[in-house]
Design a binder for this molecule. Structure first.
Ligand code: C5P
Length: 221
């Protein structure tokens, strides 16, 4: 239990980026990691806002859950929660691109090839990282090669205090093998563990950073 409760924003799950009224592009993120972090944080007495993409999982009790679908909706909800947050854990598997145009009605099928023009979605962690002030920010990086180098670059680009590196094998699984890099520190490789156990390590890290920086009091920002 942390000495003082923190306000923690957690983004979780995938986003859906629509090309017409019913079709979308997305990814297979289960949201298990984000939900586990939210559950652990709430159990340890923190005030949690979970901004969640579409998922089958039931959100943990005593967590303020905001359901969203698209990256733009996730950014808007995260931005609102971030205002009074002390810390944010950006766990969501946000689609990096969305169809440039969303047709109002279902596109008719035809035998002709269909070319989709995609445009980048907003980077929520980076956008909020730029205005984080004294807030603590933890980002994730999913990499299939050259993981440490890429994750460290992302930590810096997103102004994160730490980054959690994981691989595609962890998607949808109840367990994960991750490595954590703290800004200005060294890599820590955690042994394979359940997502709730990893979540506990991450919330302990948030509490530790908050304690070191005197940020353990509930936010007044
Ligand atoms: O750049 P990349 O997508 O690999 O970065 C992953 C990290 O950034 C994760 O913490 C993820 O939640 C966050 N992210 C985000 N908004 C995006 C893309 C990624 O918040 N559009």
């Amino acid at each position: 239990m942390s000495p003082k409760p923190l306000h923690i924003l957690i983004t979780a799950g995938p986003t859906r980026e629509y090309l017409d009224s019913v079709r979308y592009i997305s990814n297979p993120s289960s949201g298990k990691m984000g939900f586990a972090i939210a559950a652990v944080a709430a159990r340890r007495g923190h005030h949690v806002t979970l901004v969640s993409g579409p998922m089958e999982l039931k959100p943990p009790a005593s967590v303020n859950t905001v359901r969203v679908e698209t990256a733009a909706e996730m950014l808007a909800a995260a931005r609102r929660a971030f205002r009074c947050a002390d810390a944010a854990v950006f766990c969501a598997a946000v689609c990096d691109y969305r169809p440039l145009n969303r047709a109002r009605r279902k596109l008719p099928k035809s035998q002709a090839a269909l070319t989709l023009k995609l445009t980048p979605t907003p980077d929520i962690a980076a956008t909020l990282g730029r205005v984080k002030g004294r807030r603590i920010s933890i980002a994730f990086a999913l990499e299939d090669h050259d993981g440490r180098r890429k994750a460290e670059a992302k930590m810096i680009a997103k102004h994160a205090d730490a980054i959690v590196l994981n691989g595609p094998i962890n998607i949808g699984s109840d367990r994960a093998t991750v490595e954590i890099l703290r800004h200005g520190g060294d890599w820590t490789a955690l042994p394979s563990a359940t997502k709730p156990l990893i979540a506990k390590r991450l919330i302990e890290l948030v509490e530790q950073i908050a304690g070191e920086c005197g940020r353990a009091a509930p936010s007044r920002r």
